[in-house]
Design a protein around this ligand. Structure first.
Ligand SMILES: Cc1cc2nc3c(=O)[nH]c(=O)nc-3n(C[C@H](O)[C@H](O)[C@H](O)COP(=O)(O)OP(=O)(O)OC[C@H]3O[C@@H](n4cnc5c(N)ncnc54)[C@H](O)[C@@H]3O)c2cc1C
Length: 417
């Protein structure tokens, strides 16, 4: 078959790898001039040495990311555990919590146990037990996270000083309002997978190595090529690029964000419109810089992942110390990636900045997933939608790969993974 794939994030690339391996003719379209999963990675110089780092830094573990891990193993991506240390503070105040293992916090020996810490620790233990039971009892997806926490009487300290900071600035990277509306079961399942004893991992050689491996053997990659129109005909699908080039394919996999996919379809059906519009996105600003004002006050208390909470406790920024994410770097100067910066770094310290987007999960997006399933079951279908938004769970690399596996199964590609 002749397969066109639009978008080269993890979804487009894993689709390309699967279909190429199954012997189909694959053409990849990417509007960036490099493969999308690596498009924001940066190379910069420190004391004459070129350093490269992923933006954003992506982590995973074996419990929450099983299909991603299978894929990485299959293509030979090496991965290793990251330094799991995490710190929590209010901006400008000393840290109130430093933990050695992210998501499984233990108060270090000798720390002063304040009422705030007591409540946080009690509620972490309570959630770890209660969440499994509530999920086993069939907690409804219509229960929002905010409702669930209120109903179960979780403490304010746990919500504002621990749970929302880690969810809003690391796991889901979304606003507190979006977090309130997240379906509780989606969050609880993810937390249980993170609270386990599996180490957090990173790819050893970064996104550049991942994209090279997934695209190996695919010679038809159209870089810097934006697709602007798609239309099914009775016998194939017609694609048009902004350069005016028209091509036809047996099947087209749209592996862009849902909001971008809607712009590409020339005559979307009512169901396609409804499905794609049900996924909304939050903006995620991210800055790579060297300004220690966006880190905890005391340098000795810097962890790998630092959560700095706004004084009104309605937002959190996450400053990742990239020197720890990349332990092979031989430099003393801190390189920091701040997700959702609540303070502007000094302009002269900025190395790169982006405004990314991340889908949020809510009642509408769950309805969108039901519609997507119906669309993909229709006989004679030739346009397929994949991406982190297109499978259940928190939108992560895992949901993107899962959405691709489903389409590959539907198109009867023999899958050996
Ligand atoms: C700050 C942050 C931190 C994150 N951390 C993690 C993490 O630790 N672990 C994890 O698993 N996930 C993490 N994620 C989520 C993860 O990065 C995404 O879920 C994943 O990269 C999405 O991949 P995708 O292939 O679905 O979409 P994308 O990566 O968005 O790929 C879509 C591609 O389509 C291209 N495109 C769009 N329109 C067109 C067009 N018209 N023509 C041609 N090309 C087009 C785009 O340029 C892009 O390359 C994080 C996300 C953010 C924002």
């Amino acid at each position: 078959m002749k397969i066109g794939i639009i978008g080269t994030g993890i979804a487009g690339l894993s689709a390309a790898w699967l279909f190429n391996r199954a012997g189909h003719r694959v053409t990849l379209y990417e509007k960036h001039h490099t493969l999308g999963m690596d498009a924001h990675s940066i190379t910069f110089e420190q004391k004459g040495v070129a350093l490269r780092t992923d933006v954003p830094p992506r982590i995973f573990n074996v419990t929450q990311w099983p299909n991603l891990l299978n894929l990485y193993r299959e293509v030979g991506v090496a991965f290793d555990p990251i330094d799991p240390s995490q710190s929590f503070c209010l901006i400008g105040q000393p840290n109130f919590l430093n933990v050695d293992v992210a998501y499984q916090p233990q108060v270090p020996d000798g720390s002063e146990i304040t009422e705030q810490l007591n409540q946080i620790m009690n509620d972490i233990a309570r959630l770890a037990l209660g969440a499994s039971q509530d999920l086993a009892d069939g907690l409804s997806a219509q229960t929002t996270l905010a409702d669930y926490l209120q109903r179960q009487d979780y403490s304010q300290a746990f919500i504002t000083d621990f749970l929302y900071p880690i969810l809003a600035s690391t796991v889901c990277t979304c606003s507190y309002d979006s977090l309130n509306a997240y379906p509780a079961p989606v969050i609880l399942e993810t937390l249980l997978n993170l609270f386990g004893s599996q180490p957090l991992l990173r790819t050893k050689y970064g996104a550049q190595d991942v994209v090279r491996r997934l695209s190996r053997g695919i010679d038809d990659i159209r870089y810097g090529t934006e697709v602007c129109a798609l239309e099914p005909t009775p016998s194939d699908v017609r694609l048009e690029t902004t350069q005016g080039k028209v091509e036809t394919f047996d099947h087209l996999i749209v592996a862009t964000q849902a909001n971008q996919a809607l712009d590409i379809l020339s005559n979307p059906s009512e169901t396609e419109c409804k499905m794609l519009s049900s996924f909304s996105y939050d903006d995620v600003p991210i800055i790579v810089h060297q300004d220690s004002a966006l880190m905890p006050v005391k340098r000795k208390k810097w962890a790998h992942i630092n959560l700095l909470i706004a004084p009104d406790r309605r937002a959190t920024m996450c400053s990742v110390l990239m020197n720890r994410f990349n332990p092979d770097w031989q430099i003393d100067q801190p390189i920091i990636q701040t997700i959702n910066p609540l303070i502007e770094p000094q302009p002269e310290t900025i190395i790169a900045q982006y405004n990314l987007q991340r889908p949020v999960v809510n009642e509408q997006s769950l309805a969108g997933l039901d519609l997507l399933k119906l669309l993909h079951q229709k006989a004679g279908r030739r346009i397929w939608f994949c991406g982190s938004y297109a499978a259940e769970g928190v939108p992560l690399l895992e949901s993107a790969v899962l959405s691709v596996l489903r389409v590959a199964n539907r198109l009867l590609v023999p899958i050996g993974m």
